[in-house]
Write a protein that binds this ligand. Structure first.
Ligand code: FAD
Length: 357
């Protein structure tokens, strides 16, 4: 079945100056790193499947071209954006010449996965979290398969914020310099798709721009949101969860959604001892284990030490980047398919700040 027959939304562009061999090498290494299936892999075409849809790259003489297909318009947009970023690293000149076949109609409009949210309330939660309640414009796509989003926060002292728009070529133009937007990822803790009520919890850390924003924002303030994206709630009967505080809102969603028959463990890392009081739903089959961050072992070490004992469990892992990398490397070394697990870096410790936050 062709990409156009398979997907309701598609778009294509020539990639001037980008040889097919370079594209193929890049896609092969991406497929290997993220365990993504290759649908076609010849010296004329390479097609890769992602959670959002497919990319098909084809040799066009000395250049190449790409066809992108998805079941949803907003996902097609995410795929285009992600490809443009990758190509900007490979060949900035090619990236500047991308011209999507569906460009033009929406020039000057907000990106399709962008909306404004209006803050209604911010309150202190037990455990060092701030709970933000907002009114969103459209939560229809926020299903249990897609529970994360990005905030788009202008600099606090900016009198007239600027927002992204679609260019004539179909690319997103993000505000730059002093007008650039801070775009951290958060998890929907609760929502009402009918009323547009959206709730998320921010784990406070000093110096964090989202923390500073939530501490000072007043009801009625409007900021941007892009999404949803980046993972959903796993459907499984056996699970081992490893998470630091940044993952607790997602862990809460998982515990609330797991079937009553599910069995497993949730190892929760506390950089702040108070975070033991973060409100998590009880699940009779899931044993909760508290792990102090200053124990000398990060969550990567803990998960690796326990891997053999819980080999039949799905691993759900959310932590700082270095712990994540450690676990990913071990999973690869053991020949385990990382696609069956969720292993995600939720934040990155600056290089100079030592081992524990
Ligand atoms: C899929 C996903 C879902 C997420 N969901 C949530 C969520 O629901 N709630 C939540 O609180 N976070 C969540 N996070 C983590 C959040 O995106 C990061 O912590 C982000 O860096 C916060 O941005 P900031 O504006 O607070 O910090 P920034 O201003 O971007 O960073 C300032 C400094 O803070 C450091 N930093 C960032 N996070 C932490 C931390 N936790 N502890 C100590 N230092 C830190 C950075 O290294 C940086 O040096 C999620 C991340 C992902 C990928």
């Amino acid at each position: 079945m062709s990409m156009q027959d398979r997907f309701s939304f598609d778009t294509q562009s020539r990639l001037p100056g980008l040889p097919f061999a370079t594209v193929r090498t890049t896609i092969l290494s991406m497929a290997k790193e993220h365990d993504l299936p290759l649908i076609t892999n010849t010296d004329q075409e390479i097609q890769i499947e992602t959670a959002y849809g497919n990319y098909s790259f084809v040799r066009q003489g000395a250049d190449s071209s790409v066809l992108v297909g998805s079941t949803r318009a907003d996902w097609l947009y995410v795929l285009k954006e992600s490809l443009s970023d990758t190509i900007a690293h490979l060949s900035p000149d090619t990236a500047s010449k991308i011209l999507w076949s569906d460009a033009g109609d929406s020039a000057g409009c907000l990106p399709p996965n962008f909306q404004f949210i209006t803050v209604q309330d911010v309150s202190q939660l037990p455990g060092g979290f701030l709970r933000v309640v907002c009114q969103a414009e459209d939560l229809a796509h926020f299903t249990t398969d897609a529970i994360h989003f990005r905030l788009a926060l202008p600099a606090p002292d900016l009198a007239y914020p600027e927002w992204p728009y679609q260019s004539e070529t179909g690319a997103t133009v993000w505000p730059k310099g002093a007008a650039s937007l801070h775009r951290p990822v958060y998890t929907v803790r609760d929502l009402n798709a009918e009323s547009g009520r959206l709730v998320f919890d921010i784990f406070e850390h000093d110096g964090g721009r989202a923390t500073e924003w939530a501490r000072s924002v007043t009801p009625g303030s409007r900021v941007g949101l892009t999404g949803p994206g980046g993972g959903g709630i796993p459907q499984t009967e056996s699970i081992t969860i490893y998470s630091d505080e940044t993952g607790f809102p997602a862990v809460a969603r998982i515990l609330a959604a797991l079937p009553p028959t599910a069995r497993g463990r949730a190892v929760l890392e506390h950089t702040c001892p108070d975070s033991k009081s973060y409100p998590l739903p009880d699940h009779a089959g899931i044993e909760v284990i508290h792990h102090p961050a200053d124990s000398g072992q990060d969550l990567g070490d803990v998960a690796i030490a326990e891997m053999a004992a819980f080999a039949d469990h799905m691993i759900w892992f959310a932590s700082e980047k270095s712990a994540t990398q450690k676990l990913r490397a071990q999973i690869k070394a053991c020949g385990i398919n990382s696609k069956d697990h969720y292993i995600a870096a939720y934040w990155t410790r600056p290089a100079s700040s030592g081992t524990q936050a």
